[in-house]
Design a protein around this ligand. Structure first.
Ligand SMILES: Nc1nc2c(ncn2[C@@H]2O[C@H](COP(=O)(O)OP(=O)(O)O)[C@@H](O)[C@H]2O)c(=O)[nH]1
Ligand SMILES: [Mg+2]
Length: 414
């Protein structure tokens, strides 16, 4: 059941009960009953017990267990090797978390609250639109279309979704809103799943580190996402090395070192080093020498229009291949969801310059343009591996199409 339809249903039921109550009280008064009649109902008051007062949108879903997001990172027992650091000044104090790390299941309730901005654009007030309607009509479909476009799903993807939706509605004679939204939900999940791999990548390479290069424009969330990834992989008990190859800004190197310190992960590179490709080369050699499971390379922010900088990214990738012929295993583009349709342009250009393997879409918590994820999946055909839904270490999640669409359409998971 979709929350916004449920709330509307409850409201209607409340109105009916209220109506009955007022009829009964009128009848009682007419019959000369001495018991005082209930207070005169006002339009907004729910008098009777069964229908709960309409909750505010954020309360509509049952509260999730308190443990959800705040679970501390589980640090594996430090061993001699994993504690050896290059640029990490101070290892983090030992964690009280259990030594054996487990990856926790994602809490859809939490995702639900993080995607509130986009969801409210898509669903707020939609329930009202269904009030009194027995049939799905053109107005409803048009309203849905407008909302998808406003959420930055994009013209082409919206048109395709609406065409499929209306086709289903007429073929299967769908005429109730619940069924309409079930169909939209299914179509949205299918579109997102089409670009995803059947299984999430294992990110394990026999006998060598799995190498990930992270690129994108300035401020998109590269360094933060790398810090969050380090936190996640470390919590899975894996040995992680980071490479600070954004050598343009000392602050960027310091930012990565600080993430490394917080997560007890070593960082190769230090402020003042000039050549990103040489940092990346050293980092691959070091990660191999220490038998790291994973190496994640941060890179300087660059605009897709800066051809010199795009060439430099290509060079960095070639140099990594010199240090390890099979690497890099992944080239991930970080895109900020709040830039909406521009994300598509950026992604296309980056993909031409360096062959991207997938995307990280950040800042979905702070924007009403979360619909961009559909345009990305539809028009680029690149998998979205992770989404950023906040600034904290736990706020990067593997992208799961069904959970994402559930949260956007205010639907209780199956
Ligand atoms: N709200 C929110 N902020 C984010 C997210 N990811 C990154 N940021 C913030 O975006 C800003 C730029 O991030 P940064 O990692 O430095 O970007 P970079 O230049 O691409 O490395 C920082 O203030 C981050 O805290 C996210 O998913 N949600
Ligand atoms: Mg950065």
């Amino acid at each position: 059941m979709f929350g916004f339809l449920k709330r509307k249903k409850r409201k209607n039921e409340a109105a009916e009960v209220q109506d009955e109550a007022s009829q009964e009280s009128t009848a009682a008064t007419k019959a000369g009953d001495a018991t005082p009649a209930p207070a005169e109902p006002t339009a907004d008051t729910n008098l009777s017990a069964p229908p709960a007062p309409e909750p505010p949108p954020e309360m509509a879903r049952p509260a999730k267990p308190a443990v959800a997001d705040e679970e501390p990172a589980a640090e594996p027992e430090p061993n001699g090797d994993s504690l050896r650091q290059e640029s990490v000044a101070q290892p983090a104090p030992p964690s009280k978390a259990p030594a054996v790390a487990t990856s926790k299941p994602e809490q859809s309730g939490s995702l639900f609250s993080r995607l509130a901005k986009t969801r409210s654009g898509l669903t707020e007030g939609l329930g009202d639109l269904f009030l009194g309607k027995k049939q799905i009509d053109d107005d409803l479909i048009e309203e849905l279309e407008t909302r998808l476009i406003m959420a930055d799903v994009g013209q082409a993807t919206t048109a395709a979704l609406i065409a499929e939706l209306t086709d289903e509605v007429s073929r299967k004679h769908v005429n109730d809103p619940e069924h309409l939204f079930e169909t939209l939900h299914r179509l949205m999940v299918e579109r997102l799943e089409a670009a995803q791999p059947a299984e999430p990548p294992a990110r394990r390479q026999p006998g060598r580190p799995h190498v990930m290069v992270v690129c994108g424009i300035n401020g998109g969330g590269k360094t933060t996402s790398i810090g969050k990834l380090a936190h996640r992989f470390k919590a899975e008990g894996r040995d992680v090395t980071l490479a600070a190859a954004d050598t343009f800004r000392a602050a960027a190197v310091e930012q990565l070192i600080s993430w490394g310190e917080r997560n007890n992960v070593r960082v190769i590179g230090e402020p003042g080093r000039g050549d990103p490709a040489s940092v990346a080369f050293d980092a691959v050699s070091s990660a191999k020498a220490r038998s790291s499971d994973l190496l994640i390379v941060d890179t300087a922010g660059r605009l897709h229009t800066q051809s010199g900088l795009m060439d430099e990214l290509g060079k960095l990738i070639r140099v990594i291949s010199k240090a390890e012929p099979e690497a890099p295993d992944e080239v991930l583009l970080v895109i900020d969801a709040s830039i909406g349709q521009n994300a598509l342009v950026q992604a296309r250009q980056f993909n031409q310059a360096v062959k991207l393997t997938g995307l990280i879409v950040t800042k979905l918590d702070g924007t009403a343009k979360g619909g961009i994820v559909f345009a990305i999946a539809d028009e680029l055909g690149l998998p979205i591996h992770f989404i950023g839904v906040g600034e904290k270490a736990e706020d990067l999640r593997p992208f799961e199409p069904r959970a994402f669409v559930d949260a956007l359409l205010d639907r209780q998971p199956d």
